[in-house]
Design a binder for this molecule. Structure first.
Ligand code: SF4
Length: 462
């Protein structure tokens, strides 16, 4: 339990920091974002370890939605006869998201929402009518910053008739398109539902509709991928109108089909060549590498929502399996927090992490006494509500902040963790001597060598 009250003086704050315990954080200085998870995909990709589930499909679409991303979803018969129709499933989910948002209103503590990220799964599966309802409801519950950045992830296989203009109208002003590759054989190997032409037209159509900011996700280190193919992908994304490129290396994660089948990937030498050539081309095309995999084009800026993660900001989280982080102070009464639904939820000042049930069927909570329809669902409960232990604050902060190539200021370190820079002075000195951190009095920044050995830097803060 923190010994400090909300009215702690600056003297108290500085004394605590020196003593190595975190001081009270002023949550008003911590930006607040919102993450929304849409958990369904048309088909599970063999390399994917995200919380995504193949969409349960019914034979008949009851209300026949017209041309939209939604229409590209096949309508075979499903295994579960009790499943809702597609439109009912989505409508029900949006209602649940709004209940979830209502229950987290109290956590916003009067702060404005500076960015929203709709991730998945495949958010572009949701019909525009559902987004209109969702955003109308969110605006009733939260104050959006005037310049709020709202990103939606989109799958090119669901964008053929996408309502881009309507996306813009509801406030979505940044798209992140999961292209991965422009080579047909690579897309097949990755189990993607789209082809190269669909990927190209998705980027071009989004730009033509007025999206000024379009990120393209590309992967390299794919099975049988040559250096030429990897750089062709970058050049093609750029030519098509990408303003930002997230250039990831394919990694094989446990609990995926690829983990069991172990496809043959380029060897280390080839991978290094691909990396050098890809990075050189991205630079030549005017992109700036501000984070491990993120490259902002000359006319674009870093993704605000992701920057908030890396700068240890706060974020509410709604949707199946969504994770949040929130800084709490005495301003919030225990009663308010207990209303979030966990009877055992204990609270003291500090930084908390929480998540929501991973499976969509568990996320939606039906009133015990009621019929299972949309009017009788409860707000999804918090699970894993946990205070970040004082001795884990530094490693949690570094895990995020050191991904940023420009580093992070000492002031921000102190504001977000409540710790003094003296707390980690010994480790920082050692890492500077090892050539892994820059020698700077005003910020923490990995050197070029440090960017390659981030894990080694993190070890020093465990
Ligand atoms: S489309 Fe994306 S989220 Fe869905 S299964 Fe494939 S990689 Fe995973």
């Amino acid at each position: 339990m923190s010994v400090f009250t909300h009215n702690a003086t600056s003297k108290q704050r500085s004394d605590t920091r020196t003593a190595g315990r975190p001081a009270l954080i002023d949550e008003a200085t911590v930006p607040l974002a919102l993450y929304i998870h849409i958990p369904w995909c048309v088909k599970k990709c063999p390399y994917c370890d995200f919380n995504s589930h193949e969409l349960p499909l019914v034979a008949q679409e009851a209300d026949g939605l017209s041309a939209s991303a939604f229409d590209s979803v096949p309508t075979e018969v499903i295994h579960d006869k009790n499943s809702l129709s597609k439109s009912a499933l989505f409508a029900d989910y949006v209602q649940t998201l709004l209940l979830d948002a209502s229950s987290q209103q109290v956590l916003a503590q009067g702060r404005t929402i500076s960015s929203i990220f709709i991730g998945g799964g495949t958010p572009s599966l949701l019909p525009i009518a559902q987004y209109q309802q969702l955003f109308a409801g969110l605006r009733e519950r939260f104050v959006f910053a005037d310049d709020i950045e709202i990103t939606m992830e989109a799958n090119p296989g669901t964008l053929e008739h996408a309502p881009f203009a309507e996306y813009l109208a509801v406030g979505i002003n940044r798209l992140s398109i999961g292209v991965q590759s422009f080579a047909a054989d690579k897309l097949t190997a990755l189990g993607r539902i789209h082809n190269p032409d669909q990927a190209l037209s998705a980027i071009q159509a989004a730009r033509a509709a007025g999206f000024k900011r379009v990120n393209v996700d590309l992967m390299h280190g794919l099975p049988q991928q040559s250096l030429e193919e990897a750089v062709y992908d970058i050049q093609t994304a750029h030519n098509a109108g990408a303003t930002h490129i997230s250039w990831y290396q394919l990694t094989i994660e446990p609990n995926t089909v690829f983990y069991r089948s172990q496809p043959i990937l380029p060897d280390e030498d080839n991978l290094a060549d691909i990396e050098h050539a890809g990075q050189a081309l991205l630079k030549e095309l005017g992109y700036r590498n501000y984070e491990v995999s993120a490259w902002a084009g000359a006319a674009d800026t870093p993704c605000r929502h992701n920057m908030n993660y890396w700068q240890f900001g706060d974020y509410l989280a709604i949707g199946a399996g969504a994770h949040g982080k929130i800084t709490l102070t005495e301003k919030l009464s225990c009663h308010d927090v207990e209303k979030l639904g966990d009877d055992n939820m204990k609270r003291s000042d500090g930084i908390y992490r929480f998540s929501k049930s991973r499976l969509p069927k568990d996320y939606r909570v039906v009133n015990k006494s009621a019929q299972p329809n949309s009017e009788n669902i409860d707000a999804p409960r918090m699970i894993n509500w946990q205070r970040v232990a004082d001795d884990e604050l530094v490693s949690e902060f570094m895990l995020n902040a050191l991904r940023l190539h420009d580093g992070i200021s000492w002031q921000l370190f102190e504001e977000r963790t409540g710790l003094s820079r003296n707390h980690i002075a010994k480790q920082v000195r050692m890492l500077i001597e090892q050539g892994l951190l820059e020698d700077s009095t005003y910020k923490l920044q990995p050197t070029t060598l440090g960017q390659r050995y981030l894990n080694q830097i993190l070890q020093a803060f465990l």
